[in-house]
Design a protein around this ligand. Sequence first.
Ligand SMILES: CC(=O)SCCNC(=O)CCNC(=O)[C@H](O)C(C)(C)COP(=O)(O)OP(=O)(O)OC[C@H]1O[C@@H](n2cnc3c(N)ncnc32)[C@H](O)[C@@H]1OP(=O)(O)O
Ligand SMILES: O=C([O-])CC(=O)C(=O)O
Length: 372
Amino acid sequence: MTESDTQIHKGLAGVVVDTTEISSVDAASNSLLYRGYPVQQLAAQCSFEQVAYLLWHGELPSANQLAELEAAERSQRALDDDVVQAVLSLPTTSHPMDVVRTAVSVLGAHDPTAEDSSREANLAKSVRLLAQLPGVVALDQRRRRGQDPVAPRDDLGFSENFLHVTFGEVPDPVVVKAFEVSMVLYAEHSFNASTFTARVIASTLSDLHSAVTGAVGALKGPLHGGANEAVMATFAEIGSAERAAVWLDDALASKRKIMGFGHRVYKHGDSRVPTMRESLVTLVEHYDRQDMLDLYDALESAMTERKNILPNLDYPTGPAYHLMGFDTPTFTPLFVASRITGWTAHVMEQLGANSLIRPLSQYVGPERRDVP
Ligand SMILES: CC(=O)SCCNC(=O)CCNC(=O)[C@H](O)C(C)(C)COP(=O)(O)OP(=O)(O)OC[C@H]1O[C@@H](n2cnc3c(N)ncnc32)[C@H](O)[C@@H]1OP(=O)(O)O
Ligand SMILES: O=C([O-])CC(=O)C(=O)O
């Protein structure tokens, strides 16, 4: 065996494991394309439902195709009683990501087509999950606040309805647009850890709900989706812009990872951050919270100055979701409600040209020995 055969790629860094037609993350040009379209254009001009269709089908929908998807999504928003009971049965001490993970599993167990992995059945399951996740996330936040559930409305788009079932009203269009932009930006990002998890599970010919359940678990971690929640904890710890540089010096001296900064692929900045920061600015103006933007900018410039490590998408979404009124532990479930589109597109792509994902490892344990 040659040396290159045995080279270890810790964390699979830099390893290309397969092809994909779904999205392209290009660190050199700082660009992110969904099926060829720049994500910035999609965020400015398209609804989240159009983006979901694009990810699943490869092309933007015609008016009729969009109407069909919207009708299917809107008609499946109400949660069945078994899902509601499953959510309500979980302790409020559990993390909301545990609730979402459990709910996806329960949805799979009750889905009569769970074991049908044809593309047609998987597409239908993907739309159902897209339709149901907002209800799960909203129900969980509301029960923790001692509030009754709010019934979904089928006269509202995905984002408007999501905010309606969470807060009991549709907020100002500025808030809806910022939320919609976050959904579009979070939807897909090639072979990130949670999507790769979903593809590994799909590659064993397990079912789509199992793949999504595993992906939720992978997204929960603070090195991945859990960072949006952690950013808000950081902001709360720092308190104000004036304290940001001193706080950062202490944190770096204690070898802490600064959440919302850095990225495995983007080393010169996350292509999605400028777009989400623009939405954050609209929220700051709407809620009259310049202090939040000052803190955001102060920590970013201190981090750039000290380490030249730039923010990732979780950095602007954290304060944006806070201003919208979401509880901090609900932030990563919001990521799930968007990324469900990318995960399921990848499950279908994996199954379209499947090969069991099973890498090798280099054994470094004890030599062969006999049981005494
Ligand atoms: C939507 C998303 O999932 S985006 C990612 C969200 N995650 C976060 O925001 C968590 C904070 N960031 C990190 O932990 C990392 O940047 C990761 C995990 C995202 C990427 O990590 P990797 O590509 O493995 O980079 P790696 O950890 O090797 O970092 C290289 C160097 O930069 C440092 N570094 C990277 N990110 C950070 C950070 N956020 N804070 C402090 N130092 C950092 C590392 O400590 C390391 O320093 P060293 O060479 O002195 O040991
Ligand atoms: O690509 C990654 O490693 C993480 C990320 O930004 C995402 O999943 O959106």
